[in-house]
Write a protein that binds this ligand. Structure first.
Ligand SMILES: NC(=O)C1=CN([C@@H]2O[C@H](COP(=O)(O)OP(=O)(O)OC[C@H]3O[C@@H](n4cnc5c(N)ncnc54)[C@H](OP(=O)(O)O)[C@@H]3O)[C@@H](O)[C@H]2O)C=CC1
Ligand SMILES: CCCCCC(=O)/C=C/[C@H]1[C@H](O)CC(=O)[C@@H]1CCCCCCC(=O)O
Length: 350
């Protein structure tokens, strides 16, 4: 190869950085469980595009899912990326795309599937027009957490005006949206959080009517105080003993939407934590409990995104993000989200 051609090839060469699993998580994830490696990307083939990460999401499911990844595999995840080069007319250069491109800075995609063997997810899509709203909302209220809140609450809890709704991990990405949708639907809303500061934040910023701090040891007294007549709908992000306590306070024919189980993600999947039995309460009160995964409503995703967008534009749905700067801080952001240091959606800006 002539020297000039070689240099031209070099100048077009893209080196991606990505996080791979160095050690399977034991308990809470540690910085040393993940490591950054570099990967030279090949030139684009017809039908492919190159996308450069702008915002990356850190989500609880990554902790729960990681045991399925072989060591050395790239961490799973979704990001918003800028298309910098394209040989695919559906994904033109200059546009922004939401894709399950994992924890990586640069990705070559055909637009069909994610790069990894991770969980079921949307194929990449061009970020819709949100008007003046920030692009990053596509990872939160106008993306997966937003549709999880919208469908998981409305479809499974079937809330009615005047009913009392309780939500665990209420100050987080999904919980803070569920609470506000419940207010829009005319419900009385209680949030369960890990600190009084977060609880007060929910009341001051998202219109919650009360809160319970699950880290205090008087949870039952707190529940009696905030929901003296009982609870109609429970949106459960956490599971574990707090859920057993809440279920005891539910009213006849109450509905429980099981969205997450974050209190058990740091435990080995084969040895789940033991909690107080709830079946007798469920039987006596004739409660209905349903677990769901966001992709159950996959075909209706844009119905949820468009409704949330309208509510955000109308000022009815407020949205908060906890943004960590720098791709090199992905693991830190992930650990801090699992520790509850976030309010609203935890994301990383490259
Ligand atoms: N079913 C589905 O399709 C989906 C489910 N989910 C689930 O929803 C839940 C919330 O996710 P998301 O909104 O993204 O995350 P969040 O933004 O809510 O962040 C996680 C929060 O969980 C709380 N938390 C952490 N550990 C515990 C614990 N041991 N007990 C109680 N609370 C804890 C922390 O808040 P605090 O300070 O209050 O402790 C933390 O801020 C997760 O369980 C997730 O897996 C999310 C998306 C889709
Ligand atoms: C069991 C862990 C999942 C807990 C619920 C959750 O957070 C789901 C999130 C999904 C979201 O729609 C985007 C995804 O890709 C997530 C699915 C993750 C599936 C993990 C399945 C793990 C297992 O079966 O053990």
């Amino acid at each position: 190869m002539k020297n000039g051609n070689y240099l031209r090839k070099l100048s077009k060469m893209v080196v991606a950085r990505k996080y791979v699993l160095a050690k399977h998580f034991e308990g809470a994830p540690k910085e040393s469980d993940l490591k950054i490696v570099e990967e030279e990307l090949p030139p684009l083939k017809d039908g492919e595009f190159l996308a450069e990460a702008v915002y990356l999401s850190v989500d609880p499911y990554m902790r729960a899912y990681a045991y399925k990844l072989p060591l050395g595999e790239t961490m799973v995840g979704t990001q918003i990326a800028k298309i910098t080069e394209s040989k695919n007319k559906n994904f033109p250069a200059g546009k922004y795309v939401v894709g399950k491109f994992d924890w990586r800075t640069h990705t070559i995609s055909t637009g069909d599937t994610g790069t990894n063997q991770g969980p079921a997810s949307h194929p990449p899509y061009i970020v819709p027009d949100f008007g003046e709203l920030p692009l990053s909302y596509a990872l939160g209220v106008l993306g997966m957490p937003g549709t999880t809140a919208y469908f998981g609450f409305l479809e499974i809890c079937q809330p009615k005006p005047g009913e009392t709704v309780i939500i665990t991990a209420a100050a987080g990405a999904v919980g803070s949206i569920v609470g506000q949708i419940a207010k829009i639907k005319g419900c009385r809303v209680i949030g369960v959080t890990g600190s009084n500061e977060k609880g007060q934040y929910l009341m001051d910023n998202f219109g919650f009517d009360g809160y319970v701090n699950y880290k205090c040891d008087d949870i039952e007294q707190q529940l009696e105080k905030v929901a003296p007549e009982g609870i109609d709908c429970y949106f459960d992000n956490v599971a574990g003993e707090i859920s057993s306590k809440i279920i005891k306070y539910m009213k006849m024919f109450g509905r429980i939407s099981v969205c997450g189980s974050i209190s058990s993600y740091n435990t080995n999947v084969n040895t789940p934590p033991k909690v107080s039995c709830v079946q007798l309460h469920m039987l006596r009160k004739q409660l209905r409990m349903q677990g769901f995964q966001n992709y159950l409503f996959y075909n209706r995703s844009f119905e949820g995104i468009n409704q949330n967008l309208q509510w955000v534009k109308e000022g009815k749905l407020k949205y908060t993000e906890t943004v960590t700067q720098g791709f090199e801080n992905m693991t830190k952001a992930f650990i801090e989200m699992l520790e509850g240091k976030n309010i609203g959606k935890a994301i990383v800006k490259v």
